[in-house]
Design a protein around this ligand. Sequence first.
Ligand code: SF4
Ligand code: SF4
Length: 83
Amino acid sequence: MRAVSLRLSGMVSLSEGCFGCGNCVVTCRRGVLSVVNGNVEMTDFRLCELCKDCVNPCPTRVIESLLGQCNRMRYALVRARRR
Ligand code: SF4
Ligand code: SF4
């Protein structure tokens, strides 16, 4: 099972499943992805457009897990702001 973590800064990262090829990083139009210590990180989920351009270039499609978490956090943020 792939684990995803979210930090208070808005950063989302995968703890496994990514081998750091960087394909998603060079594809991202917003520049929100980076590879740190061989693992992909999203610097701030609020900056991702959810365009999914990064999905096909990912050999393992593990980036979809990161985008799924990003999407959930965006909805959570919208709900919190409405309260
Ligand atoms: S879905 Fe988000 S992370 Fe992926 S390419 Fe689009 S803006 Fe970048
Ligand atoms: S394309 Fe996939 S395997 Fe390559 S760095 Fe991005 S998430 Fe990791």
